[in-house]
Design a protein around this ligand. Structure first.
Ligand code: IMP
Ligand code: MG
Length: 179
């Protein structure tokens, strides 16, 4: 078998430009100057790191916390159930929360997280996702701020992995395995 090749879908410059536009949209959305950004680990960490710096450029000073959720055990298929692997340290009651993740696919992960934060008394919860893959939705949820609507391909890079590989790529690509 030859080594897999990564075909670039969204380059680093294109992502950076999109982040600046998303930050401007978030700033304009009346979400307040000090929202709580909840980055969903692991896949959302690179996007969240760049988005908060773009938010700074747009005049927003977010507080940041992390939540580790798992809906994928291994490989590329969803297990259907979501578990909290690491919880927030912040009390979300009364806060405007911006939930930041890599991909909205079935929507189960972000629907679970949004419900949890609202149940804990968050004033508002908006979803910022880098990629929307609209074809496989199983939960009733949409992204409020979406980076790119992504073709139905398994993607890696910019925080996203396949079997723990390729999170470090500065771009988003998909894996092409040549026969
Ligand atoms: P959902 O609960 O089906 O919306 O799952 C979304 C999560 O599945 C994302 O946050 C990713 O962690 C993972 N995921 C879905 N599609 C991909 C992909 O193409 N590459 C890498 N991870 C993916
Ligand atoms: Mg994820």
């Amino acid at each position: 078998m030859t080594a897999p090749r990564i075909e670039v879908l969204y380059g680093a410059d294109e992502i950076a430009e999109r982040n600046r536009a998303l930050a401007a949209d978030i700033r304009a959305s009346d979400f307040g100057e000090r929202p709580l950004v909840v980055a969903v680990l692991k896949g959302g960490f690179v996007f969240a790191a760049d988005l908060i710096r773009a938010l700074h450029g747009a005049g927003v000073a977010p507080e940041v916390d992390f939540m580790s959720l798992s809906s994928y055990r291994s490989g590329t298929t969803s297990s259907g159930t979501v578990t909290v692997l690491r919880d927030l340290e912040t009390d979300v009651a009364g806060r405007n929360v911006l939930l930041v993740d890599d991909i909205l696919e079935s929507g189960r992960t972000l629907a679970f997280a949004k419900r949890l934060l609202l149940d804990r008394g968050a004033a508002r919860v908006a979803v910022a996702c880098l990629l929307d893959k609209p074809g496989h939705r199983a939960a009733a949820i949409d992204g409020d701020f979406v980076g790119f609507t992504c073709p139905d391909l398994f993607v890696v890079g910019y925080g996203m992995d396949m079997g723990h590989h390729w999170r470090e790529l500065p771009y988003i690509g998909h894996v092409v395995t040549e026969a």
